[in-house]
Design a protein around this ligand. Structure first.
Ligand code: SF4
Length: 339
C-alpha cells in the first residue's frame, strides 16, 4: 500500500506543488500592518481560513512577520509564556535573544524521506530535558553564531540549487530545510524573516518539541510543509520530572492535532528505559486514536547523556526488551512506521 502521509511533500520535490511559504508570500491579504494586535490577529485568522484576500495588500507572510515581531515584545511563543521583552534584551526561560545558529549542515542521518536535509540547529531550548543528547546546544543559548536573515536565506538558496552530489555530501543538494535546535520555536520570528528572503521551492520542516502556544502554531499554518515532531511522554508527571515541561499532555497533543490539520507529519517517539508503560503506550495510543496518515519513528537510540545518570531508570541505555515491546505496540496499533 502506498503511503499518503507525505504526498504533498513529494509533490513539492517533483515540482508539482509549491512550498507553503511561497504561497504565503504571493497572497495579498486584507490587513493594515499599522493596526493594533487584535485587528491583525483577526485579519490573520481570516486569511489562514482562506478569506480576507486583497490583491496588492501586504502578503500573508508580511502579516505573519509583523505578528511574530510583536510577539517578541511579550514573548509567548511557547507555553512557558514568559512575557519577556526580548526586543529590549530581556531573557525568558529559554534565554534566547537574537537567533544564534550552533551549526548547520546537510544531515544524512534523519528519516529516509527527508535526507539529505539542510538542518539548522539553533542554540537554546524551551525544554530542560535531563537526558538531552544535544545539551551542548540546548543549554547554551548564547553559543553559536549570529546570522542575518539575508545571509541565512542565501545558504538555503545555495542548498536548494546545489547539484545532487556535492563534495562528500558536504556541499550537495538538500531536499528540505530542517529547522531544529535546541528548539526552533524561540526563533520563529527570525525564521519568517529568512523565508521572506527566499525564493526556492523547497519544503520547510519544523523539527520541534511542539510546546508552542496556539498563536505560534497559527503563525506556522501556511508556512510549514512537514512537522517532524517529538512526542516524548504519555503523562504530565514524567514530562515535568524529566523535561521540566508543565501541562505536557494539555499542550503537545493539542499541537499535534493543530499541526496535522494544516501540514504533513512525521512523529518521533524516543523510547526511554523503564517508560514503555507510562509513556510509550499512552503516547502511541493517542497518536493511533487521533491522527490520520502520519508516519511514526519509534526510536531506539537513547543513551544516558547530560544529567540522565541522576535518574535511576534512565541512567542506562535502552534494553532490547523495552524496544521490542514498543515496536510490537506500534504495530498492534496499526501505526505507519518509518523505514
Ligand atoms: S520562547 Fe523562550 S522567552 Fe519565549 S515564552 Fe518560550 S521560553 Fe519564554
Amino acid at each position: 500500500m502506498t503511503s499518503n502521509a507525505l504526498k504533498r511533500y513529494y509533490e513539492i520535490l517533483d515540482g508539482d506543488e509549491k512550498a507553503k511559504y511561497l504561497l504565503a508570500k504571493q497572497r495579498g491579504v486584507d490587513a493594515n500592518l499599522d493596526d493594533d494586535d487584535d485587528a491583525l490577529w483577526r485579519a490573520h485568522d481570516k486569511a489562514i481560513r482562506g478569506a480576507a484576500e486583497r490583491p496588492g495588500g501586504p502578503s500573508l507572510l508580511d502579516l505573519k512577520m509583523e505578528l511574530g515581531r510583536r510577539m517578541l515584545s511579550e514573548c509567548r511563543l511557547c507555553e512557558r509564556r514568559c512575557l519577556a521583552d526580548r526586543r529590549n534584551g530581556e531573557k525568558g526561560h529559554c534565554g534566547v535573544l537574537e537567533a544564534r545558529v550552533s551549526t548547520d549542515f546537510l544531515h544524512m542521518g534523519e528519516e529516509p524521506d527527508i535526507v539529505p536535509s539542510y538542518t539548522v540547529f539553533f542554540s537554546g531550548c524551551t525544554f530542560n530535558c535531563v537526558f538531552c543528547q544535544n545539551w551542548d546546544i540546548s543549554t547554551m543559548p548564547g553559543s553559536g553564531f549570529a546570522i542575518g536573515p539575508k545571509d541565512m536565506a542565501r545558504k538555503i538558496e545555495a542548498r536548494a540549487r546545489a547539484p545532487s552530489m556535492g563534495l562528500l555530501g558536504l556541499t550537495g543538494h538538500a531536499r528540505n530545510v530542517n529547522w531544529v535546535g535546541g528548539e526552533p520555536t524561540s526563533n520563529l520570528p527570525f525564521i519568517l524573516e529568512v523565508l521572506n528572503e527566499c525564493i526556492a521551492n523547497i519544503p520547510q520542516v519544523w523539527n520541534s518539541n511542539m510546546y508552542l502556544t496556539e498563536d505560534a502554531m497559527s503563525l506556522l499554518d501556511g508556512i510549514v510543509d512537514v512537522y517532524l515532531t517529538d512526542f516524548k511522554y504519555g503523562n504530565d508527571r514524567c514530562a515535568l520530572r524529566l523535561s521540566n515541561a508543565p501541562n505536557y499532555m494539555s499542550i503537545v497533543p493539542r499541537n499535534h492535532r493543530l499541526g496535522r490539520a494544516h501540514a504533513e507529519m512525521i512523529i518521533r517517539h524516543l523510547v526511554l528505559p523503564g517508560h514503555v508503560e507510562c509513556c510509550t503506550r499512552p503516547a502511541l495510543s493517542w497518536i493511533a486514536d487521533n491522527l490520520q496518515e502520519v508516519k511514526v519513528n519509534v526510536m531506539a537510540q537513547y543513551r544516558p547523556e547530560h544529567r540522565a545518570r541522576e535518574f535511576a531508570e534512565i541512567s542506562r541505555p535502552l534494553g532490547m526488551a523495552d524496544y521490542r515491546k514498543a515496536i510490537e505496540l506500534a504495530e498492534s496499533l496499526g501505526l505507519e512506521l518509518c523505514d
